[in-house]
Ligand binder design. Structure first.
Ligand code: CMP
Length: 140
């Protein structure tokens, strides 16, 4: 396995409940290293662009409104097979289906307020990292 990078968002439901540290601890305990991190308030345009792939889905408008309802923490995570490692520790999108010990089982409130986002492929990780970070903001 190779050391790779993935992109993560700690979502507004988690920042609102002061869970930035709790979520990050679970990511680190899973073997991931935070090599870039910033707390931002996304604009509607930014959120719509980020989730453009979902623009035809019925939940798109609610998803965008939720993602701009408070600050988020965007992160670049590095580790062995980072995309898969992160997806495993995040758990299923719907917390009702997430395994015990995962971030979403532990913290998520609903399928929308599900505490974290993580890239689903190396290709999308690269696109998503570039969407929020300049190369010099990532320090491994
Ligand atoms: P995320 O990994 O950020 O990618 C898209 C998000 O849409 C997903 O997590 C969910 O939080 C959100 N979402 C809201 N409703 C649904 C749904 N019915 N199916 C899938 N994703 C949903």
């Amino acid at each position: 396995m190779a050391v790779t990078r993935t992109f993560s968002i700690i979502k507004p439901d988690a920042t609102r409940r002061n869970l930035t540290g709790g979520v990050t601890k679970m990511l680190e305990d899973a073997g991931l290293r935070v090599v870039a991190s910033k707390r931002i308030q996304m604009t509607r345009e930014q959120a719509e662009g980020f989730y453009a792939v979902h623009s035809e889905r019925p939940f798109f408008n609610d998803l965008v409104t939720f993602m701009i309802s408070g600050p988020v923490v965007v992160q670049v995570l590095e580790g062995e097979d980072a995309v898969l490692t992160n997806r495993t520790v995040m758990g299923a999108t719907n917390p009702d289906n997430a395994d015990e010990g995962t971030i979403r089982k532990t913290y998520a409130e609903s399928i929308e307020a599900n505490s974290v986002h993580g890239s689903d492929s190396d290709e999308n990780a690269a696109i998503e990292i570039e969407y929020f970070f300049k190369p010099e903001e990532i320090v491994g």
